[in-house]
Design a protein around this ligand. Sequence first.
Ligand SMILES: Cc1cc2nc3c(=O)[nH]c(=O)nc-3n(C[C@H](O)[C@H](O)[C@H](O)COP(=O)(O)O)c2cc1C
Length: 354
Amino acid sequence: MPNLFSPLVVRSVQFKNRIVVSPMCQYSSEDGFANDWHLVHLGSRAVGGAGLVLTEATAVSPEGRISPDDLGIWKDEHVPFLKRITTFLEAHGAVPGIQLAHAGRKASHTRPWDGGKFIAPDAERGWQTLAPSPVPFTESEPEPLELNAAGIEKVIADFGKATERALEAGFKVIEIHAAHGYLIHEFLSPISNKRTDQYGGSFENRIRLLLEVVERVQAVWPKENPLFVRISATDWTEGGWTADDAVALAKQLLSKGIDLIDCSTGGNVAGARIPLGPGYQVQFAEKVKKEAGILTGAVGLITTPEHANDIVASGQADLVLLARELLRDPYFPLHAAKTLGEETDWPSQYLRAK
Ligand SMILES: Cc1cc2nc3c(=O)[nH]c(=O)nc-3n(C[C@H](O)[C@H](O)[C@H](O)COP(=O)(O)O)c2cc1C
């Protein structure tokens, strides 16, 4: 069995270990541009030894941002600074990956440290939010606009154009964000999708947007490069998306050529009761891996080297994504190697501290 420090080859890309920087919004962009913050933030985690560094949710259109301060990839001018980041990540042994996202009905909010409040479309910095159906996320927010056929085609086209730019910027992995109650998840879940056309109703109809996005991305993305999808494996709510739905979806995504399912949960139902605890979502990565036969990533409250190692060594998941622990300690992979008695390369500049 492999462990946390076993390399993994997916298509023609090799990850030097199984530790992934989970996507984390930084709310630090102006007009979607990456800047020094993103270079230092992501770059530090490459220097810290992560095998794959994923960017935060990167908006495929301005209206697809969670906040006006989100990172974006909706215009060609965004590419050069992203390229600088991917060049640095690769130079330090990390595979550069990008999470492509559309926030749907959860768009147009202030950043968390400004309260995370809804910004009305007619207010400064606000815009009209879009969704499968006019169902707001919380009662205090107005109804989002239901996407019509042209709106859906624009979303799909935006993912395609973003993929062209991601390729030009030097990313080697794309993760399509279909989790956490954002646009694609809103289509997947019967709680937020009340449509009666071919994008709503049955399971097959609700997954259609995601499959069409996947096809458009694949039309551009080279076959040598891995393509991941992040899902919420359950809505943790009666009548919502379930773990069995996640398995059924994963089987279809596998047959379409998706390489890995990153298994998160929740985010589509305000106030859902989630049994938080160490590794509380790992069971979903394990179920999807075993029942759909696809590579999976585990994420959520994984904070120790031993736990991360066990997840890989016991075959529950193939990659381990860490978010907050890597904010606390960008050098977690180097420290984990020491704890686990694994030999790992340190940056030459830091060798005297090894
Ligand atoms: C600051 C912050 C920003 C986040 N932004 C994103 C994001 O852009 N995309 C995403 O899929 N998840 C996002 N998440 C969720 C994390 O990727 C991860 O799934 C979650 O924090 C659980 O992992 P952890 O317990 O290791 O923090 C974010 C989490 C944090 C703490």
